[in-house]
Write a protein that binds this ligand. Structure first.
Ligand SMILES: [Zn+2]
Length: 93
């Protein structure tokens, strides 16, 4: 039984389903809310290592991913200066 309007592809590697029936592809993660291909890429697909894996992944097309959006990727914590050089101490006059 398949819903006629729904076109879902399943990425066995990433454990997600991508609904391509609408104008915008929707990614359904195994847990949590749905998201975009860009989000899927940022969180999962970019970490695939081997060509074999990449061939199985259905989210390797940069054109389909589009622009990455804020929040797609896990936030990178900016490097914190640990106080060895307080601001202003190394300013040359
Ligand atoms: Zn994938």
């Amino acid at each position: 039984m398949t819903a006629p309007q729904s076109q879902r592809q399943r990425c066995a590697l990433c454990q997600v389903e991508i609904d391509t029936s609408g104008g915008v592809d929707q990614v359904f993660f195994s847990s949590g809310s749905s998201g975009t291909r860009s989000k899927l890429w940022g969180r999962v697909c970019q970490y695939l290592k081997t060509d074999e894996q990449k061939q199985q992944c259905i989210n390797q097309d940069p054109n389909k991913r589009g622009q990455k959006q804020p929040g797609d990727y896990y936030e990178e914590v900016p490097a914190i200066e640990l106080g060895d050089k307080p601001p202003g101490t190394n300013t040359a006059a």
